[in-house]
Design a protein around this ligand. Sequence first.
Ligand SMILES: NC(=O)c1ccc[n+]([C@@H]2O[C@H](COP(=O)([O-])OP(=O)(O)OC[C@H]3O[C@@H](n4cnc5c(N)ncnc54)[C@H](O)[C@@H]3O)[C@@H](O)[C@H]2O)c1
Length: 384
Amino acid sequence: MLTTNKKQKSWKITATKTIDYDVIQITSVFNPKNELLLTTAGNKSSKRFVIIDEALYEMHIDAIINYFKTHNITCQFLPIPAQEQNKNIDIFSLICKELDSYGIKRRSEPIIVVGGGVLLDIVGFVASCYRRGISCIRVPTTLMGYIDAALGIKTGINFNGYKNRIGSFSASVLNILDRSFFKTLPKRHVVNGVGEIIKLAVIKDAELFKLLENDIVKCINDKFITTGNEILKMAIQDMLEELAPNLFEENLERLVDFGHTFSATLEMHDISNLLHGEAVAIDICLSSSLSHIKGILRMDELNKIIKLINDSFLPTFHEKITPKLMWESIKEKKLHRDGFQRLPLPVVIGKATFVNDIKYDEVCMAIDLLKNLADKLDSAKKNH
Ligand SMILES: NC(=O)c1ccc[n+]([C@@H]2O[C@H](COP(=O)([O-])OP(=O)(O)OC[C@H]3O[C@@H](n4cnc5c(N)ncnc54)[C@H](O)[C@@H]3O)[C@@H](O)[C@H]2O)c1
């Protein structure tokens, strides 16, 4: 809408954009009977550009070719080595250049991305920038993608040593969740996704926490292929309940930021070793210890949280944790959260609050406490 103020020679422009996208759980995404991959945001079209994680290319290329051949659609593939170290501007420009060579229509030929959270984030960012926005369909292939990266509208790449420093809010028209991909996912990457599920349980879902306590080892061993239906459903529901009313993060007090105060710094300091979900798990332990130090979380609840992380084969501590580095993380997050710490801390399992008055000494005490608890777990493991 345009409002013209003739006297003052000024104009006011107001516009709203409706965000409308689907998240759909299915099996066998590349079965030609599934017509979801044919979805377009415009007229029918006969061309597709598929960006696929290099690790998945050999495994799925025949099925994808067959899928599009059955539907008379020509297809170009771009395999990308998708690791955190490659989540950068070089891969971003490479994809843009390949799109230039192939030539796609802005709306009716959605690009399709098949991969983990890293590739979803990069391609989502390309889709939001290329020609100022093209249509995109996301097919996550990791647990992290399935219960987190493919649900919201955040895209991004790492830049200047900082995680997700450049990015956008941009919805993909469709996100297709197919957990048959987990069959080939290494156990460590299954565990990695569990870090984000535990986060949700601690801050908002005591029932989910109980389910995890009972079933997590079984689910991890089975890679959530036939087990964990309820856990996945609850995690997706919990995540979307938090994301949907605040897609553009107008409210900077976000429960889903739990586990994301210290983790980004840790992850970037050990980028070749530490996975995102592992860093989140360590952050959950440290933030929960901080909550205990501040007199918010009881010791028995803290122990339960750390035990669940440990039982899920996730790390509880990291050698690079120092008071100085963790204090730097808080300062960095303060900028991100517009001048306030806005640190989500658990009150009891299933409920959280936000604090703005964490002091350096409290961070030191929380680190000491966590180190102690983590050492005890380690020696218990050794004696087992
Ligand atoms: N945008 C968001 O809201 C959001 C949310 C959570 C995480 N993320 C981002 O997601 C990234 C982490 O994602 P990730 O954990 O999926 O890592 P990832 O994309 O690096 O995938 C993990 C590894 O598994 C391989 N792989 C992927 N699918 C496979 C399969 N089915 N079988 C065998 N191997 C497979 C990949 O090649 C890679 O080596 C981080 O960069 C994080 O910032 C984004």
